[in-house]
Design a binder for this molecule. Structure first.
Ligand code: NAD
Length: 485
């Protein structure tokens, strides 16, 4: 079993309370993966203080120098790709192929921001008068607290950390307790790449006490959170009195619309990959398929056949399509949603159960599940499940499909399958979502493009990822220089 401490001011230290917690392999709960220091409020305060003290020097270094550290971290991470992907699978449960892709994503994110360091700067603006220079500078905001979920335990820390550090902020990172290993390893990699002590601190442990510390510590100037709506909403209220710059990216209930003219094999393939891939544990996973009634029967039949052909099992085993569910409470929640759907009159056409055959009994596995006869008012059509569960909703035509898709107070990713170019463009105009896909899987993002949700999926102010991610982590200073005098 691995053992991890808190990372504060460049030192590996135990929690002030001396308490620890352990993660277990969701594919085999008999295996303990790692033990962590259980950081509390006192540890968070120490980390914020270390970040505050490291800020003046780091923020006054050059972006190009900071970018070199990120590029070096990318190389070091790449060298450890296989080992870290295996650790990710052991702790979070996704398949090794998915974990390898995620570590590669982190490698690429650091490479991207390392290169971007040569472009970070302000703007020169024409002045009204001759002999005057009007320009903007981009400056770091201060200490940034980054709070991340378990489902992308390295990609999400990476896509927050890289722009935060490049911009010159110092950081305290708080990963989710279900799978913190990769975030802690990221700190190790960045330290090895030359990041000075105190610039990045990692506090593992309970979320609530960390949130309270963030709210009360006056040097925390920016908070970027990815996670559930309920936690994000509470955090927002706690930060409001201090008017802290806050970015929240939260859950969705992502639709894929399948129109009557769609290539059904393509549609089934996209929906299965977006709904069952990553064990359905992606914020952009398809969980509602809104299908034209003229093809709903044929579509559902093909989707069920696909679901039955996918292999569920330990993510480290070759040939597995769907890995373990991350935790017992997540699995319980998934199964409860299936039961609620049935009690509300929907029909479970495939799956719906925990898998307990053979060695699977030691882990947390669930059949890929297809539910049809779902009405938009049912809870299975409205609430995020975060498991391999797809609800099929039948509609009459494009307008009704859009009404159903837009009928919820969330809007993260939304996909459409059609051959009709006009409809596709109309859909892009009218769908209420931050990410819109046509004939593409609802999951999967380009790291060089902006990402974020609308409605209750996001604070909908700053976007993450791409070059624009630097906006959240910098403020603009406007400079007037008169050299005519
Ligand atoms: P969660 O909200 O339970 O936890 C997220 C993080 O917040 C964890 O690090 C947790 O320890 C911390 N936390 C808990 N209570 C806190 C508090 N009171 N103050 C401050 N921090 C606190 O979410 P989760 O279960 O880890 O992740 C799943 C959720 O994340 C899903 O809703 C999913 O849709 C969402 N998600 C969204 C995106 C996106 O980019 N929109 C990406 C991935 C996941």
């Amino acid at each position: 079993m691995k053992q991890y401490s808190l990372f504060v001011n460049g030192q590996w230290v135990p929690a002030a309370s001396g308490r620890t917690f352990t993660t277990r392999n969701p594919a085999d709960l008999r295996e303990a993966v790692a033990e962590y220091a259980s950081g509390g409020s006192e540890d968070a305060q120490a980390a914020f203080e270390a970040a505050r003290l490291a800020f003046p020097k780091w923020s006054s270094s050059t972006p190009i120098g900071r970018g070199r550290v990120l590029s070096k971290a990318s190389q070091l991470l790449e060298g450890r790709k296989a080992e870290l992907a295996e650790l990710l699978t052991r702790e979070e449960g996704k398949t090794l192929a998915e974990a390898t892709g995620e570590v590669q994503r982190a490698v690429d994110i650091f490479r991207f921001f390392g290169g971007l360091s040569y472009t970070v700067g302000g703007q020169t603006i024409p002045h009204d008068l001759p002999g005057n220079l009007l320009l903007t500078k981009r400056e770091a905001v201060g200490v940034a607290a980054l709070i991340t979920p378990w489902n992308f335990p390295v990609a999400i820390p990476a896509w927050k950390l890289a722009p935060a550090l490049l911009a010159g902020n110092t950081v305290v990172l708080k990963p989710a307790s279900q799978a913190p290993a990769l975030a802690v390893e990221l700190a190790r990699v960045l330290a090895e790449a030359g990041l000075p002590a105190g610039v990045l601190n990692v506090v593992t442990g309970e979320g609530r006490s960390f949130g309270a510390a963030v709210a009360s510590h006056s040097s925390v100037k920016a908070v970027s959170f990815t996670g559930s709506y309920s936690v994000g909403h509470g955090l927002y209220q706690a930060l409001a009195p201090r008017m802290v710059r806050t970015q929240l990216e939260m859950g969705g209930k992502n639709p894929t619309i399948v129109l009557a003219d769609a290539d059904l094999d393509l549609a089934v393939n996209l929906v299965a990959r977006a709904g069952f891939g990553l064990t359905g544990q992606a914020c952009t996973a398809t969980s509602r398929v809104i299908v034209d009634q003229s093809v709903v029967e044929a579509f559902t039949e093909k989707l069920v056949a696909k679901a039955k052909s996918w292999k569920v099992g330990p993510g480290l085993t070759a040939g597995i399509d769907i890995g373990a569910v991350v935790s017992e409470s997540q699995l319980k929640g998934n199964l409860e949603y299936v039961a609620i759907a049935e009690s509300e009159g929907a029909r479970i056409v495939s799956g719906g159960n925990r898998l307990l055959d053979g060695d699977l009994v030691h882990g947390l596995f669930m059949e890929p599940t297809v539910i049809d006869h779902v009405r938009p008012t049912m809870r299975i059509a409205q609430e995020e499940v975060f498991g391999p569960v797809i609800a099929v909703i039948s509609v009459h035509g494009f307008d009704e499909a859009l009404t159903v898709a837009n009928g919820l107070e969330v809007g993260l990713s939304a996909s459409l399958v059609t051959r009709d170019f006009k409809r596709a463009l109309e859909y892009v105009d009218r769908i209420e979502a931050g990410v819109v896909k046509v004939n593409q899987i609802s999951t999967g993002l380009a790291l060089q493009a902006p990402f974020g949700g609308v409605k209750q999926s996001s604070t909908d102010t700053f976007r993450e990822q791409g070059a624009g991610a630097l906006e959240f982590y910098t403020r603009t200073k406007t400079v007037y220089l008169d050299y005519s005098v």
